[in-house]
Design a protein around this ligand. Sequence first.
Ligand code: FMN
Length: 148
Amino acid sequence: MADVLMVYGSTTGNTEWVAEEIAKQMKGAGHTVAVKGAGSVTADGLCQGHDLVVFGCSTWGQDEIELQEDFVPLFEAFDSIGANGVKTAVFGCGDDDYTYFCGAVDAITEKLEKLGSKVVGGKLKINGDPGDARDEIKSWTDGVLAAV
Ligand SMILES: Cc1cc2nc3c(=O)[nH]c(=O)nc-3n(C[C@H](O)[C@H](O)[C@H](O)COP(=O)(O)O)c2cc1C
């Protein structure tokens, strides 16, 4: 069974809700999952000792991609998280009326790949109310678990 760390940044609670849904499903499959807010973790060595690290972040801004505010300091310190060789997965909530729909998911994924992480499961980008995306969340989580 896998040891999973989940780190999320969420302002209005949507990405937090999705994080808890994913965690519930993973725990139900017998895995150990710790869910933490991005503002409460230390970047240094964050990924070390875990089989999978799942990052969730909503997107803000208008003309450029802005990560959810709690996630910004962590992202700026991503070089120190020890992602090289570690499996990760990325999800987030957004709104496809914006130019950069779930741009934070793209930015985090790109950075993790540059750091040598294997990003599994593809990108989960949720448009609007995540309560309407339960099936999407479930099948993404199944795909991530199959790759761990
Ligand atoms: C001022 C503002 C800017 C936003 N910018 C974007 C954006 O660039 N891309 C996007 O996909 N969603 C954007 N959104 C939508 C939020 O990401 C969306 O409401 C999301 O569900 C919030 O998730 P959270 O509650 O986890 O923070 C924006 C929302 C607001 C209010």
